[in-house]
Design a protein around this ligand. Structure first.
Ligand code: ADP
Ligand code: ZN
Ligand code: MG
Length: 476
């Protein structure tokens, strides 16, 4: 029997506000443990939560960016459960009436049209953090309690592990582009639960799903889904049924392990949070936010294709992260050569970043400096291959292009008189090729240009060398 996976994601993204969702405590990630806490975020008796207006605005931005409708009225509820990192005994989260509903994310990926519907975007608070120290000690840090999150729930519209990782990456790009999340998965500001089921190919009905909790990297997301698909296929093939449960990804074993049987909504005894009134969002507020929404990655990609005439895959790669897109855009404008800028980004720069496991934001060469290098090539001062050498030196030392060209003597010979000498000597030494050319086989010109390059240790301006050769060969 052939099975295919069906996947829905639930993504938690920390909002980039300076203060928490229901109190004025700082959301700073690196503060000492338990230094950003107060009676409200600890849920001490008598403390009153007050909703942070900024959180609402950021939630609306996310909703709009994901094509959702913003609900005029949304409601906070208490989700009751006990865990040491949740001293209140409940988490405040929107439940039946979320802030935003019914969105969709559409894009092209290697020629396929993808559409993932968004079920909802709701606001909630984060819990604290248990820090396990050895086998017998656990410390609790409540700095995270009350940090604002949005939860984004997709419909089960994803059909492979690689599409899931790709989608998660795009979502990250969107959230960062609209300035509400920093995309930092290592610090946990963006994490995702994957719901995975298998169904027989050709069958419409969905299978029983398993939820894999708290995945914090694209690679793990893909691997966890792959493992889960394999595990479920084995079970189904042997005629057994899938247990609906919550599992955890174990990166060291490369497997998912059962954590608990699935909890049902009624287990949480949801009820409306009595201390927070219904959230009413005026249409005017939504309109104001819509007006100032920044360009989304997909829009930026289309603009790059049109404005800079670069290829679709290049535009896609460049717009996956804001830093990259900003870098490219500045490079293209300053060098006044968008196509060369795209090639540099896709080739040399990308390779450099990969080799150094670096991010564009840590990249030492300023776009204005790289732009000067591109212009040195365009104006014929240095050759394309010399430019690669200059680039490496720039990245290594931080020196600027002109001074490296000067110090290393990389300037091309664009002086006709000097180059003519080299041309003469090449013509003399290659009489056979000269004959061949004159007999009508002009393809041999490239060979002669190569000889001139060699004669000048690669410093001849190839175009000028070619022109001079041609002129000389047809003059007699
Ligand atoms: P639950 O009742 O477990 O909360 P929901 O219907 O709210 O389930 O969906 C939670 C997440 O699981 C959503 O992202 C949804 O797309 C996904 N999902 C629901 N059913 C399936 C299924 N059969 N296979 C894969 N994913 C599913
Ligand atoms: Zn607080
Ligand atoms: Mg649900």
């Amino acid at each position: 029997m052939d099975f295919e996976p069906v996947i829905g994601l639930e993504i938690h993204a920390q909002l980039l506000t300076e203060t928490k969702i229901f109190c004025g405590c700082s959301t700073n990630f690196s503060s000492p443990p338990n230094s950003n806490i107060c009676p409200v975020c600890l849920g001490l008796p008598g403390a009153l939560p007050v909703l942070n207006q900024r959180v609402v605005e950021y939630g609306i931005r996310a909703g709009l960016a994901l094509g959702c409708s913003i609900q005029e009225e949304s409601v906070f509820a208490r989700k009751n459960y006990f865990y040491p990192d949740l001293p209140k005994g409940y988490q405040i989260s929107q439940y039946e009436e979320p802030l935003a509903i019914k969105g969709r994310v559409e894009y092209l990926t290697s020629g396929r049209e993808i559409c993932v519907r968004i079920n909802r975007v709701h606001l909630e608070e984060d819990a604290g953090k248990s820090v396990h120290q050895g086998a017998h000690t656990t410390s609790l840090d409540y700095n995270r309690s009350g940090v604002p999150l949005i939860e984004i729930v997709t419909e089960p519209d994803i059909y492979s592990s690689s599409d899931a990782a790709d989608f998660f990456g795009r979502l990250r790009g969107v959230l960062c582009a609209v300035g509400i999340n920093d995309g930092n998965m290592e610090e946990g500001s963006l994490r995702c639960d994957a719901n995975v089921s298998m169904r027989q190919v050709g069958v419409k009905e969905l299978g029983v799903k398993v939820e894999i909790k708290n995945i914090n990297s694209f690679k793990f997301l893909e691997k966890a889904i792959d493992y889960e698909c394999f595990r479920q296929s084995e079970i189904l093939s042997s005629g057994e049924l899938i247990d609906q449960e919550t599992r955890l990804w174990d990166a060291t074993t490369g497997r998912t392990e059962s954590m608990r049987s699935k909890e049902e909504a009624h287990d949480y005894r949801y009820f409306p949070e009595p201390d927070i009134p219904t959230l009413i969002v005026a249409e005017a507020l939504v309109d104001d936010i819509r007006k100032v929404m920044p360009e989304l990655p997909e829009e930026r990609k289309q603009r790059f294709i049109k404005e800079f005439e670069i290829a679709e895959d290049a535009a896609g790669w460049l717009t996956q992260a804001q830093g990259l897109a900003n870098y490219f855009e500045e490079l293209a404008r300053q060098s006044q050569n968008p196509v060369a800028s795209g090639n540099w980004m896709m080739g040399t720069v990308r390779r450099y970043l990969n080799e150094h496991s670096a991010d564009i934001d840590d990249f030492k060469i300023d776009p204005s400096e790289l732009a000067k290098l591109i212009q040195l090539v365009d104006s014929g001062v240095i050759s394309g291959s010399a430019a690669k050498t200059v680039f490496s030196k720039m990245a290594e030392t931080g020196a600027n292009a002109e001074s490296i060209v000067e110090d290393e003597g990389l300037k091309q010979i664009a002086d006709e008189d000097v180059l003519s000498l080299a041309v003469e000597s090449v013509l003399k030494g290659n009489s056979e090729a000269v004959e061949t050319y004159r007999s009508g086989k002009e393809g041999v010109l490239g060979f002669l240009v190569g000889k001139v390059m060699k004669e000048t240790q690669g410093k001849a301006n190839p175009k000028l060398a070619r022109d001079l050769l041609k002129a000389r060969l047809s003059s007699e």
